[in-house]
Design a protein around this ligand. Structure first.
Ligand SMILES: [Zn+2]
Ligand SMILES: [Zn+2]
Length: 145
């Protein structure tokens, strides 16, 4: 339960961070993700590193101290989100690992489409569709924007 709740909450955290931090104060990191990448890594990847720190701390603290062992599950939830973020955002959408898989489900098509809309702009301002694992219905590929 805690793992699932944390996982779902992380989509909100990621959306919020993307909208207000990455396209805000830390645009200097995120800009690398809205321009063409030269090497294997981009400065934007630092966000994944930053998010992994609380997950690691929570898992270690939860496993060391029985009184707060539930924290471990919060850490697992964040980690699970990180895994899905890499699968969907980095691999499925941006193809950082070359795979042939094409999304067939309505949900995934909408998700990919929403992120393409996000990447139509290369600027700090004026972007939309900040979610990573959930896209509202208005981003249905068949609809006009
Ligand atoms: Zn962005
Ligand atoms: Zn992206």
């Amino acid at each position: 339960m805690i793992v699932i709740a944390t996982f779902l909450f992380m989509e909100f955290v990621a959306w919020f961070t993307h909208k207000y931090v990455m396209h805000g104060l830390l645009w200097s990191w995120h800009r690398s993700h809205h321009t063409h990448r030269k090497g294997v890594l981009e400065k934007n990847d630092l966000f994944a590193v930053v998010f992994s720190i609380p997950a690691i701390i929570l898992i270690i603290t939860g496993s060391l101290f029985p009184s707060v062992h539930l924290l471990m599950y919060v850490g697992f939830g964040i980690t699970a989100y990180g895994v899905f973020y890499i699968l969907f955002h980095d691999i499925l959408v941006h193809r950082r690992i070359k795979i042939k898989y094409k999304p067939r489900s309505k949900y995934l098509k909408r998700l990919v489409h929403a992120h393409y809309i996000h990447h139509q702009k290369h600027t700090k301002q004026g972007c939309q569709a900040f979610g990573f694992l959930y896209a509202p219905e208005k981003y249905e590929p068949s609809r006009d924007h």
